[in-house]
Write a new protein. Sequence first.
Length: 398
Amino acid sequence: MMAIIKSLLDTDLYKFTMLQVVLHKFPQTHSVYAFRCRNLEDTAYPLSTLLNEVNSELDALCELRFTADELQYLRGLRFIKSDFVDYLELFQLKRRFIKVTIDAEGRLDIRIEGPMIQAMMFEIFVLAIVNELYFSHLDQQSAWQVGEQRLNDKIILLQDYRRQMAAYDVPFLVSDFGTRRRYSVAWQEQVIERLMAVPEIFRGTSNVYFAKQFGITPIGTMAHEFLQAFQALDVRLRNFQKAALEAWVQEYRGDLGIALTDVVGMDAFLRDFDLYFAKLFDGLRHDSGDPYEWGEKAYAHYQQLKINPKTKMLNFSDGLTLQKAWALYLHFNDRFQLGFGIGTHLTNDMGQTPLNIVLKLVECNGQSVAKISDSPGKTMTDNDTFLAYLRQVFDIAE
């Protein structure tokens, strides 16, 4: 059986953009990542039965290297620096940094511990591997049939949205954000190929491999782990968001200007997102909490800073369907530029219950880090004491 991951480009763009900053700003950082399935009660069978298969896939993953053609593609991205590509030419994931076991409660346990310039690259690969292995043991024929029908319906819907979009000044832009939750690599490829039939709406994909293959735009900037790392770096905890945003600005100097807002919640983020950052960043990404409330807060913030919101972009990426994205578009398109990153609804809408699995940074340089999401179920840490302290520092209620 062929390995699931066949290229180190088969991951999300933000893994490369974050890794470049880590390599340049804090390459010595040590990190720990922990796996969690948020919907264990909905799985068709225990994930622990996948133990041996996951370990075999990781063995194969750690044999991969970037090819000359892939490195040349990365060099062609304006924001990727030549010394970083030189590093990637030597890059190979090390098997000793990732352990897959069964925990005391019989659950699949995946833990990554090692230099952040290695550890952070495992995440998307591991999630894609677990997903594809899990669904390979269910009825694939019926899943593909359901998936094909639903994908056809989505294309028809997008063509209808394209017609309606002509009445508005701002385009309705949709991107594929589904690598981590995909049914399979083959299904994601089919989805992207079909979405290209609506180029006025389909903006690109977060997956670098498919962006290269199809000649479309790779999409992405930063994830939670990047900002979380600064909770354990040499800055005051209260200033970690400012330090992270400043490091990003210094690295990219105008490129990749979408900031993630929900590491300690939108309210705490906006207290740090002052006029300086609001002018430097092109916009904001929503990944938890009520999207309408979030967008209204962003609008009020830009208004207060006397920045025209129409010059800024809101990117929504939290559990979206095409219908939810269109409703948000209708609500905000007279005030902002808009983008919508859609994951599971595009790459794993097959009539079978998707896994809700994550692999999150929980420790950095021997210190706990945490995410206090605007959605309660998304908060994640290995240290409740640190979580309570973080809430106190940023004045966040339980």
